[in-house]
Ligand binder design. Structure first.
Ligand SMILES: *Cc1c(COP(=O)(O)O)cnc(C)c1O
Length: 467
């Protein structure tokens, strides 16, 4: 650690960022952008991100700065001008509130759907804080884990961090989760996610995890935790008050015969360069837990294939496992972050070709779309037509997985819903017997599997692409 400040967790948001020792390194214009845009989009950094990850000689282009600090171009020019006048000159809170709301609404904040789609039922009652989209894996959102050590500017969960979304998660305990899992023996994986569950102290985290270790849940083989803490606050596993306790908890899960898998969200190799971040990886793995590496591909932040290759190879050297490269989804300031699918494929291929087989456990670029996780396998010419070769890595209907299918090549397409079938066909194979079905019905009747064949039109308002 270079600075004393980085040792102690100190979060910075719009209200106190001017107290950060680095605030003086921003130009007047950059400070204005932060002040204005953080009204619309979530903004939170911490002492470690500021002190250890951002290269202040390289702002605003530094990727970690881009990853955490609002940039003027995240709003449309007229929006920015108008909001700036309200915030800095007019200062009428009512008017500001109204404009902020309007801007958010045009930013496709549909992750409302994230919380309402794929909600499972128990005795006819929807279980809040749970999602069940793929047969084997249930997502669990403990209320105390719905924040992060710092926020990513591209985060698809942004509406929840600005209070747009009413989260009605069962905060008390894991009892509904356990009851649901006891009845669903084909579930093997539980993914605890957020936000970031690792913002919880070990006692709170244990209260969600230990109930999963009972003999009646022997079909649960993998307990996953989706987390950005390995990058934004590796102290969580190294030198915090209860760092050792959290490692003991991981050991306890492993001793029970289950796999404890940390799904580590790393966006950039800089996040894995610090000695502290590397120590965190080693300590996590020393418990017998596994650590996987995944992240979306984001313009301005991680477009460089060499960066991905460095991230994966460093990870593998430390004992982690490269897992997914995602395509960033269409929400928030997506015009600022998105890349064409063709470019995403190129970045993946250029990175993948550099690494040894041990790092080629990674799959991508993958879109978490409504019917499933669709990976772009290549861009090829077949029967005289240039096409995207695609397949499902994960699907609502398990029968769809790993069946090659083709979409017309489109150099501008940035998401699955913009693609159309190749060879003049009018639908993709999985759309064959589509019948109108309400989301809830699809999920409620997910077993028997036959009912999964009924799916809605393909669209992109899919829920979490966490994994
Ligand atoms: C990605 C994902 C999972 C896990 O899929 P794996 O391929 O097993 O990692 C589970 N649920 C949802 C909603 C997902 O997006």
């Amino acid at each position: 650690m270079n600075t004393e400040d980085a040792v102690r967790f100190r979060p910075y948001t719009r209200s106190n960022i001017s107290e950060a020792p680095q605030w003086g390194k921003l130009t007047q214009d950059q400070r204005e952008s932060v002040t204005v845009i953080s009204r619309v989009l979530p903004f939170r950094v911490n002492s470690y991100v500021l002190g250890e990850l951002i290269d202040w000689d390289n702002i605003p282009d530094d990727p970690i700065y881009r990853l955490t600090f609002p940039h003027r171009d995240m709003l449309r020019p007229q929006e920015y001008e108008a909001l700036r006048d309200l915030v800095l000159v007019d200062k009428d809170e009512k008017k500001i509130e109204r404009m902020v709301h309007d801007i958010r609404m045009r930013m496709n904040p549909h992750p409302a759907g994230q919380m309402t789609h794929n909600v499972p039922y128990l005795d006819g009652r929807p279980l809040s804080g749970l999602q069940h989209k793929y047969r084997e894996t249930v997502l669990f959102f403990p209320k105390a884990g719905q924040s992060c050590h710092a926020y990513c500017t591209f985060c698809f969960r942004w509406p929840q961090f600005v209070g747009m979304e009413e989260l009605k998660f069962d905060a008390k305990d894991a009892s509904e989760l356990v009851a649901y899992l006891k009845r669903h023996k084909d579930v093997t994986d539980i993914l605890i996610t957020g936000g970031d569950p690792m913002v919880m102290n070990t006692r709170a985290l244990s209260s969600y995890i230990e109930p999963l270790l009972v003999p009646e849940l022997s079909h649960i083989q993998n307990i996953r935790i989706g987390t950005k803490s390995v990058a934004y606050w590796p102290q969580r596993f190294v030198n915090e008050k209860d760092s050792d306790d959290v490692l003991r908890l991981f050991e306890k899960v492993v001793a029970s015969g289950k796999n404890l898998a940390l799904m580590g969200h790393y966006n950039h190799p800089a996040e894995l360069r610090t000695p502290l971040a590397q120590q965190a990886v080693r300590r996590i793995i020393s418990t017998g837990a596994t650590l996987r590496i995944q992240a979306p591909l984001i313009r301005h932040i991680n477009e460089d294939p060499n960066g991905w290759a460095e991230l994966w190879t460093t990870g593998v050297r430390l004992g982690a496992i490269p897992y997914y490269m995602f395509v960033e989804r269409d929400t928030g300031p997506s015009h600022y972050f998105e890349l064409p699918l063709a470019k995403a494929y190129e970045v993946f291929q250029q990175a993948y070709k550099q690494v040894s087989g041990l790092a080629r456990t990674v799959r991508g670029p993958s879109m978490s779309a409504h019917p499933g996780k669709v990976v772009i396998d290549g861009i090829v010419t077949l029967a005289g037509e240039k096409v995207f070769a695609l397949q499902f890595l994960q699907a609502r209907n398990p029968d769809w997985v790993r069946r090659p299918f083709y979409a017309k090549f489109d150099p501008k397409a940035t998401w699955f819903d913009q693609l159309v079938p190749a060879f003049g066909e009018d639908k993709f194979f999985f759309q064959e017997d589509s019948a109108p079905a309400r989301e809830e019905q699809v999920v409620e009747h997910r077993i028997p599997v036959a009912s999964l064949k009924r799916t809605r039109e393909v669209h992109a308002d899919a829920p979490a692409d966490v994994s």
